[in-house]
Design a protein around this ligand. Sequence first.
Ligand SMILES: [Fe+2]
Length: 153
Amino acid sequence: MKDERAGDSDPQWKYGIMWNESWETGHEQIDEQHKELFRLASDLIEACEQGSNVQTVDKALDFLASYVVRHFADEETLMTQSDYPAFEEHKNKHEDFKQTVAELARQFQESGSSSDLSHKINSIVIQWLITHISMLDRNLAYYVRSAGKQRSF
Ligand SMILES: [Fe+2]
């Protein structure tokens, strides 16, 4: 997925959270997808904070939710291809998070509250991503690297 804002002249993101190199796992494809997740979460927060209409916020939420599903599927493919021993535990965390995102979407459909959604994306989604990436995804990348396993999706 191409990011229009990528490049040396990339401005500081006004909303959301900037990608931090300390969250890199060392697996190129996973890291690129993680960066995209943060961009999409930031786009969503921006749409909320700028008072965009419900359709615009809903679209940004849908982009994020869809990308989460695709990214998790790619990681799970990598895990099965490489006989990753912690596959079940990791996949369960993915399933929980997909439920969380679906629940946020449901709440937004009901309330239409952009400020509430923005707060939850910051406090729940971003924090979950940072914790998950820093621990489970890093462990996966380390395993794949050190065991000389299949490195691409
Ligand atoms: Fe993961």
